[in-house]
Write a new protein. Structure first.
Length: 306
């Protein structure tokens, strides 16, 4: 007797994390090419740890990744990447369904769509390495988060200027990132970043390329902190921010940052960071999130900021 097994679409993945007693377990962990999900054993059984990877070390032109994540009540999930998310240049190609003789066409932009649902008292810690777009790459990233009043989330979204060692500085063609956060069904955040190297006529100002507009910084990051598990981290950052003095300077600082409350949400904030070096931004984020080590455990925190 044969059994019909439904075929999964390419690039799809699903993570479902539950809590059994003090232990976090996977009810489901599945993925299809080019997406790959790996879960190494964590020293702290209360935290589930997953690496979001792609075969070949990056996303090629036309890749479409769709990941759905569910974190059940009282469960904690740390979602990481292994190195920066590399996006290769846009190329000509054919769809798999084309017939012989069809002309090559530009493939659609590489796209990642990630949807997260975090139940009551659950915690999501989305802490990947930054996105790095190669020359002439086009990339879309759409992330949607559904939380309830007692769930928590730390959401890191950041991008580098590219392969600086090869002379690529903001040389991609397009980067589009959307983060939407819903709390108890109400949208509390919609943040959109669009970077394109299109020249806009702003006469009489001279035209500038994308690299000139974003100089002198080569890394931009955004960090959302929400919920009870992140309150000590938010208080830690708020105290630091209160001590900042605004002074005139002849040259830009190596790293700048700001902290803003999320409208109508007294216990939630968004942090924006810009730095001349990616490593300095990473060190700053690691120090900023240091109070969360008590929530995640030393091992999971170390994995996030190796």
């Amino acid at each position: 007797m044969s059994i019909d097994i439904p075929k999964l679409r390419g690039g799809t993945g699903r993570i479902v994390v539950s809590s059994h007693g003090s232990r976090a377990t996977f009810s489901e962990l599945s993925s299809t090419y080019p997406l790959k999900l790996l879960s190494p054993r964590a020293f702290d059984d209360a935290v589930a740890l997953v690496y979001l990877l792609t075969y070949g070390g990056g996303l090629v032109s036309g890749d479409q990744v769709n990941l759905v994540v569910q974190v059940a009540s009282s469960a904690k999930l740390v979602l990481l990447s292994q190195g920066s998310t590399k996006v290769f240049k846009t190329r000509l190609g054919r769809r798999l369904a084309t017939v012989e003789g069809d002309q090559l066409s530009i493939l659609p932009p590489t796209t990642q769509s990630l949807t997260f649902t975090v139940s009551a008292t659950g915690g999501l810690f989305l802490l990947p390495d930054p996105v790095t777009c190669f020359r002439a790459a086009a990339y879309n990233q759409i992330q949607t988060f559904h939380l309830v009043g007692t769930s928590s989330a730390a959401i890191l979204d950041w991008i580098t200027s590219g392969r600086r060692s090869l002379g690529e500085e903001w040389a991609f063609s397009r980067y589009y990132s959307v983060n939407e956060i819903f709390l108890d069904g109400k949208r509390i955040v919609r943040d959109v970043m669009l970077l394109e190297d299109n020249e806009i006529d702003v006469h009489p100002l001279p035209s500038r390329c994308l690299a000139e507009k974003l100089a002198p910084y080569s890394c931009y990051a955004m960090l959302f902190l929400l919920g009870p598990m992140l309150q000590s981290t938010i208080q830690h950052l708020a105290a630091q921010y209160e001590r900042i003095s605004v002074m005139k300077s002849r040259r830009p600082d190596d790293l700048i940052w700001s902290l803003s409350p999320i409208a109508g949400q007294g216990c939630s904030v968004v942090v924006r960071i810009a730095g001349k070096e990616t490593e300095s931004v990473k060190r700053w984020i690691r120090e900023a999130l240091s109070p969360a080590e008590d929530v995640l455990g030393a091992d999971a925190f170390k994995q996030a900021f190796h």
